[in-house]
Design a protein around this ligand. Structure first.
Ligand code: GTP
Ligand code: MG
Length: 236
């Protein structure tokens, strides 16, 4: 993104209610080139993590004739989202502070076939000796009050540059197709505005119930798979 475009956007959207000080704008100018390289490092970290999952998927499919991963989505947080988070979390605006305090600049979402695969893949990833676990949040065992389910890992992986090895943080979200289906639709609906409070309350309850239904669907599909495998073993 061009610095001019970014500055315009920052002025218009990000800190709408406060006038951006000259000091802040100078900081943005000073930090712009280094921010671009930091973003490139995050893209590299994403490549490393995606490759790790692709390798696991490949190996699993050779060994068990089945792919635990349905799809992988990855993204680097946009610059304006980063700035919004800087403001929301009230952290200092410097590269060091952004890297230190914002854990989801690099995000990898792994969509799995079954819940069991989520834990198997997470374990395999965390056993690798270049992966360091920083934080683990299990929203499958402990769903969020709104119904959200997924396993979140904040990890650190090294990227190898010309003259240095640089550890980078990546947020990994592992979920089933059903969990992803729910989260994607809920995310879209969350931005609907001007809904009366009583109606919003009802809709929130509905969303929690739908999350429960989709979780039980996951369990039933997994039970079907288990029975199929058991039946197959009997024959062979
Ligand atoms: P952030 O500072 O917003 O990242 O919160 P956090 O550090 O407490 O992270 P948390 O584990 O709550 O969630 C991080 C990410 O998970 C979000 O950016 C979303 O991608 C996803 N997420 C968490 N809760 C929900 C939810 O209720 N609905 C949906 N659709 N996604 C969610
Ligand atoms: Mg986040």
């Amino acid at each position: 993104m061009l610095i001019e475009k970014f500055l315009k956007q920052a002025k218009e959207e990000i800190i709408m209610d406060t006038v951006l000080s000259d000091e802040f704008m100078d900081k943005v100018q000073d930090n712009f080139a280094p921010i671009e390289s930091l973003m490139a490092y995050y893209r590299c970290a994403i490549m490393e993590v995606e490759t790790k999952f692709n390798v696991l998927n490949e190996q699993f499919s050779l060994q068990y004739d089945r792919n635990p991963i349905e799809s992988i989505k990855a993204r680097v947080k946009s610059f304006d989202s980063i700035l919004k988070k800087v403001k929301r979390k009230q952290i200092p605006f410097s590269l060091e502070s952004i890297e230190e305090n914002i854990n989801d600049i690099a995000g990898v979402r792994v969509i799995c076939s079954f819940q069991e695969d989520i834990y198997m893949l997470a374990d395999c990833l965390l056993q690798q000796d270049d992966v360091r676990l920083i934080e683990r949040k299990d929203y499958i065992k402990n769903p969020k009050p709104g119904g959200y389910r997924s396993l979140h890992l904040i990890i650190e992986v090294p990227i190898f540059l010309e003259k240095e090895k640089r550890p980078m943080k990546v947020e990994v979200q592992l979920r089933t197709i059903a969990m992803d289906f729910w989260a994607s639709l809920e995310h879209k609906l969350r931005y609907k505005k001007n809904i009366p409070e009583s109606e919003a309350e009802y809709l929130a309850k509905e969303l929690v119930e739908c999350a429960g239904i989709s979780a039980s669907l996951d369990q039933r599909m997994e039970a079907i798979r288990d029975r199929m495998e058991a039946a197959q073993e009997k024959i062979s």
